[in-house]
Design a protein around this ligand. Structure first.
Ligand SMILES: Cc1cc2nc3c(=O)[nH]c(=O)nc-3n(C[C@H](O)[C@H](O)[C@H](O)COP(=O)(O)OP(=O)(O)OC[C@H]3O[C@@H](n4cnc5c(N)ncnc54)[C@H](O)[C@@H]3O)c2cc1C
Length: 421
């Protein structure tokens, strides 16, 4: 089968589906090839940060999320294992109306975007279609070949977009050098029932221990439990009761919630990695989302950044199509616009990995001290929250801020906050 379009997108994940929708609204034709047989169904965590909410609002998608599927959460409490509170982050500090995180049931955001795409761009997303190779002519990328039911699909396009996740075959086909780092720790995710009112997120940190409990709609809660990447089999062999005991020791006040974990089928296990692609653009090709810059989930920004990439690339492509120029120079504006924030978030997430995931007692002591100092320093709390919320591009901490956060220097500006209208 041979198709001809303006842009061919590989992958209908967080970035690809939004890109397709945004392009179509700008009058640029596209085709999406997705290897999965349909929209995702499995368990996965979903926290919509303020920048993601704003972006979905601008695309008129936020209002399409079923009200019963998400819960606005204002307070995130960081605690030592056992319960002692270290620091509370209040999303109410942020400019309204996105002064909350939205905790959403698994896949609802994604399915909403895909449904909208199906309505606005019928027939332009081909499920069950695996990308196989790029087609080049005179050194330039001019399309792709994929497989659907043993059939070869050939799509000719001005621009090929790799939105195909951290292991991106498109990135390989472009020949872009990259570094893929797999972290030692991954996450067991569980969907629990909350027998009593549960409105504020809890995040427990200890020696090589992290347990996050996030309130979800309908008396449900997500548990995110850090597990060494090679320790899942051992955890399962010890059984659900043993896991409940571990969680009770970490967060005794939520013991009744842990009783609702009955079976491993209520859980999912997600590996974590970081991708640093040397360049995100080639002649006639672009990488977005995890294919370009996968990051540790501590940033809580992976899906947001994939969506921001998508809308940014759509407007760069609108210019390219207006001028008839899809060269690497024209496409480079996308990377120039996006690199700064993504690099900052990758660094921030890695610093969090270093201090939060640690088993070293000195680093653990320093971590807890930073949390405790920040609890009394609205300025630093605001800066780090703005970064996690996706609302700033520069690092939340300079060197003086770091010394102040660690409690080694006083902060005369601790109570200075910007005034929101
Ligand atoms: C434990 C964990 C928790 C996370 N929590 C959060 C969170 O709270 N908030 C957040 O924002 N992010 C979170 N993330 C990250 C987030 O899931 C990703 O950053 C985001 O999905 C990236 O979007 P993407 O479009 O780049 O890639 P993906 O969403 O991975 O989509 C890639 C798509 O490409 C398809 N594909 C791959 N190869 C091919 C091929 N050969 N042919 C055709 N299709 C192909 C795949 O099937 C997939 O659908 C978390 C990640 C982990 C591991």
């Amino acid at each position: 089968m041979d198709l001809k379009t303006d842009v061919v997108i590989i992958g209908a994940g967080g970035g690809g589906a939004v890109l397709g929708l945004a392009l179509s609204r700008m009058g640029i034709s596209h085709v999406i090839l997705e290897q999965a047989s349909g929209p995702p169904q499995g368990l996965r965590g979903e926290i919509l940060q303020p920048n993601g909410q704003q972006l979905l609002q601008e695309l008129q998608l936020l209002e399409l999320l079923p009200k019963a599927s998400y819960k606005p959460v204002r307070y995130f409490h960081f605690r030592q294992c056992g319960g002692t509170r270290l620091c509370t982050i209040d999303y109410g500090m942020l400019p309204a109306p996105y002064n909350r995180a939205l905790v959403v049931w698994p896949n609802v955001v994604h399915q909403t975007i895909l449904e909208r795409h199906q309505q606005e761009c019928p027939g332009q997303l081909s499920f069950g279609t695996r990308f196989e190779r790029v087609i080049r002519s005179e050194g330039r990328i001019i399309g792709v070949e994929g497989r659907l039911n043993e059939q070869t699909i050939r799509v000719e396009a001005k621009v090929v977009v790799g939105a195909d996740g951290p292991f991106s075959p498109v990135r390989e086909a472009f020949g872009v050098p990259y570094a893929l780092h797999r972290y030692h720790e991954s996450y067991l995710i569980a969907m629990l029932e909350s027998p009593r009112a549960f409105d504020e997120a809890q995040y427990y940190v200890g020696r090589k221990t992290i347990l996050g409990l996030f309130p979800a709609a309908g008396h449900k809660a997500y548990a995110f439990y850090m597990v060494a990447s090679n320790a899942l089999e051992g955890l399962k062999a010890r059984g659900v009761k043993a896991l409940q005991r571990e969680w009770r020791e970490i967060a005794p006040e939520y013991s009744p919630m842990f009783e609702s974990l009955q079976d491993w089928s209520q859980t999912a296990y997600m590996g974590t990695g970081r991708v640093k692609a040397k360049t995100w653009v080639v002649d006639g090709g672009v990488l977005i989302g995890d294919a370009a810059h996968g990051m540790n989930p501590h940033a809580s920004q992976g899906r947001m950044q994939a969506m921001v990439d998508a809308t940014c690339l759509a407007s760069v492509l609108a210019d390219c199509f207006a001028k008839g120029d899809w060269s690497v120079t024209a496409l480079k504006r996308f990377e120039e616009t996006r690199r700064k924030q993504v690099t900052m978030l990758q660094q921030l997430a890695d610093e969090e990995v270093f201090f939060w995931n640690t088993g070293n007692p000195v680093l653990g002591w320093l971590r807890d001290r930073v949390f405790a100092t920040m609890d009394h320093n609205p300025r630093l709390k605001y800066q780090v929250l703005m970064a996690t919320a996706g609302l700033r591009e520069t690092s939340p901490f300079g060197w003086i801020d770091r010394m102040q956060a660690a409690g080694f220097l006083p902060d005369p500006r601790a109570n200075q906050l910007p005034v929101h209208e």
